[in-house]
Design a protein around this ligand. Structure first.
Ligand code: HEC
Ligand code: HEC
Ligand code: HEC
Ligand code: HEC
Ligand code: HEC
Ligand code: HEC
Ligand code: HEC
Ligand code: HEC
Length: 393
């Protein structure tokens, strides 16, 4: 009985809430539509709604994509507005993880208006668009950061949090570097599906060309294909991509190689050589920097040393990329000249410091000679003065 009352009260609240929102959304719809790209193109509410304005209501979710697709798949119609416009969004959508399920009647996946909005749709180039690079993550997060919605599909709601903690998010959101990838860069927007295990390197290769080339040419490619490891992801992950360090190479945590390798397995000598190459280079570059700085502070010119150090640092950067050759020789061909350049730089600095010492020693010797000369002179003068005064006595 009390349950019935409670249920009725809840229903009443829901009804009141929904009728209230219907009234406000109608104005909200009109309000938002003023700046909508469709309004700008001269379309009206009737482009998407049927019947009298008073009866406009939310469209059934499965009907939305076919509705938007009606115009957006029609090249003759769309090219009347913009000859360059793409008309493949709906067909792409039908191939996506979202579209396939929606066509099957599953309405909790995304449709056009979930990503673009229904009213107040802006051009995708507009920074205020819900699909602009800086806003895409919030758009996907509406669902992919919602554990309840995702649990219904046996999926985790982790991509958004993980991506937000990545180097990519830092580059995009903190530094405004729009060349860094957000959700739709890697998944596509309309054909959104997770890339398969063997296509991952292609996704990352769009931007990390060199690492991908090296990986593909390396023995690791075939090995990972064989053990079904998803290329770059085995070491870097997909969403929470972090800044790697030299400590990633080796047989102990935090080395990523340690997930699979120990000292006895094939590849051990390469891992050891790579680890040593990286450590040597860092140590030598550090030592050279210390010596050069000391020389500069003492006023010595060490331009040659600075040039060699810059060269060493270049090699250091490229060596970190050459880790992806997963072989001793290509890595050493890059790292060894770097170590030599750092050594050379240190030598220039040491020579400068040595020269400084020699000069200081020379200065000291000269001072001793001059002081000695002055003292002798003084004695000579005194003796001369004494000799001059004596005869008068
Ligand atoms: C480009 C297509 C399009 C145009 C043009 C359009 N609508 Fe809608 N409208 C939709 C879609 C799609 C929904 C469903 C939104 C949803 O379920 O998220 C909707 C929903 C609504 C609803 C239900 C409440 C809501 O906001 O979800 C109202 C009321 C409404 N529209 C009124 C209008 C009015 C008034 C206009 C003209 C000023 C208009 N619409 C123009 C696509 C459009
Ligand atoms: C999962 C989110 C998502 C869904 C669902 C979605 N879009 Fe998009 N759409 C985007 C993103 C992101 C962009 C901008 C990036 C790009 O150019 O691909 C975009 C761009 C567009 C553009 C601009 C031209 C172009 O292709 O770049 C149009 C038009 C468009 N979408 C229409 C649609 C239509 C119609 C549907 C439904 C059939 C739809 N979208 C479904 C995310 C989505
Ligand atoms: C009656 C035809 C029609 C329908 C239905 C329609 N659109 Fe459009 N849409 C257009 C036209 C025309 C333009 C403007 C094209 C232009 O000027 O480049 C446009 C532009 C857009 C753009 C901006 C593309 C860009 O260049 O950045 C997006 C996004 C978009 N529509 C999404 C939708 C969505 C989502 C729906 C369904 C809710 C929808 N459209 C329904 C005709 C339509
Ligand atoms: C309206 C809610 C909603 C929005 C918005 C949405 N998605 Fe989804 N998406 C889902 C649901 C639900 C699934 C099905 C869950 C699953 O298969 O794990 C899904 C599936 C996916 C899948 C396939 C996952 C798999 O394991 O097969 C990808 C990839 C994806 N979405 C990417 C995106 C991207 C990228 C965006 C933003 C541009 C986005 N989604 C926006 C609800 C949404
Ligand atoms: C740098 C590229 C990249 C970016 C950026 C990215 N993803 Fe992914 N995502 C992947 C790859 C690769 C996979 C496939 C993972 C696998 O095969 O193990 C994946 C898998 C997924 C899946 C499938 C289920 C899962 O959790 O693995 C979903 C859903 C998804 N991504 C959504 C998103 C959303 C939402 C965003 C934005 C917050 C995003 N992705 C950003 C590359 C990316
Ligand atoms: C659309 C371009 C793009 C795609 C696709 C992309 N990245 Fe990146 N990546 C970047 C940018 C930009 C940075 C930031 C560079 C910086 O910090 O200066 C970055 C940084 C990184 C870093 C850190 C580099 C460092 O020195 O800290 C790693 C590791 C990385 N990405 C791996 C991946 C992997 C793995 C994938 C595929 C799953 C991927 N990226 C996909 C553009 C991309
Ligand atoms: C077997 C593990 C492994 C695989 C597979 C792998 N990487 Fe790496 N990656 C590393 C290690 C280790 C480093 C760190 C090197 C260092 O800093 O000394 C690194 C560094 C990077 C960096 C930063 C380079 C820099 O300038 O410091 C990028 C970007 C990157 N990897 C991209 C990729 C891409 C793209 C793929 C796939 C084609 C990939 N990686 C595959 C282990 C791996
Ligand atoms: C996901 C597991 C996994 C990870 C992580 C991994 N490896 Fe491997 N690696 C293997 C397997 C499996 C082999 C093949 C061993 C064999 O043939 O006995 C191998 C072989 C190698 C080989 C020998 C290739 C040849 O045939 O010439 C090298 C070199 C190598 N790995 C380097 C590395 C380095 C460096 C790292 C860390 C940055 C790393 N691996 C991380 C699984 C892995």
């Amino acid at each position: 009985m009390t349950m019935m009352v409670g249920l009725l009260a809840a229903m009443a609240i829901v009804l009141r809430a929904s009728s209230g929102s219907a009234q406000t959304t109608e104005t909200a719809a009109q309000q938002a539509f003023k700046e909508d790209v469709h309004a700008t193109a001269g379309l009206t509410c009737a482009a998407c709604h049927q019947g009298a304005p008073a009866t406009y209501a939310a469209l059934p979710r499965t009907a939305i994509a076919p509705l938007c697709g009606k115009c957006h798949s029609d090249p003759a119609y769309m090219k009347g507005f913009d000859p360059q416009v793409r008309v493949d969004q709906y067909t792409q959508y039908l191939t996506s993880a979202h579209g396939k399920r929606m066509s099957g009647g599953e309405t909790r996946v995304a449709t056009c208006s979930d990503c673009h909005g229904a009213h107040g749709i802006r051009r995708v180039r507009d920074a205020r668009s819900s699909v602009a690079p800086l806003n895409v993550v919030q758009t996907c997060a509406k669902c992919h950061d919602d554990p309840v919605r995702m649990a219904a599909f046996g999926s985790r709601a982790t991509p958004v949090k993980d991506w937000s903690a990545s180097v990519h998010a830092a580059a995009l959101l903190k530094r405004g570097d729009t060349s860094a990838p957000t959700c739709s860069t890697c998944h596509g927007s309309h054909g959104a599906t997770p890339p398969g295990v063997t296509q991952v390197a292609n996704v990352c290769a769009q931007c990390h060309v060199r690492e991908a080339e090296l990986f593909r040419a390396s023995p690791k490619k075939a090995i990972f294909d064989q053990i079904d490891q998803p290329e770059c992801l085995a070491c870097h992950g997909n969403h929470r991509v972090e800044h790697p360090t030299d400590a990633w190479v080796g047989f102990k945590e935090p080395a990523v190689c340690a997930m699979c390798h120990d000292e006895r397995m094939k590849g051990a000598s390469t891992i050891t050589a790579t680890q040593k190459g990286l450590a040597d280079m860092t140590a030598k570059i550090g030592a050279a920097e210390v010596v050069l700085t000391r020389a500069e502070r003492a006023g010595m010119l060490v331009d040659d040393g600075r040039a060699a150090l810059r060269d060493a640092r270049e090699h250091e950067i490229h060596s970190r990329v050459l880790v992806h050759a997963f072989a001793t020789k290509p890595f050493a061909d890059m790292a060894d000249p770097g170590v030599r350049a750092a050594q050379e730089s240190q030598t220039v600095g040491e020579r400068a410091l040595h020269e400084l010492q020699v000069r200081r020693r020379g200065l000291f010797a000269a001072t001793v000679v001059i002081v000695g000369f002055l003292v002798t002179l003084w004695f000579k003068i005194r003796r001369l003065g004494g000799a001059g005064g004596e005869p008068h006595a």
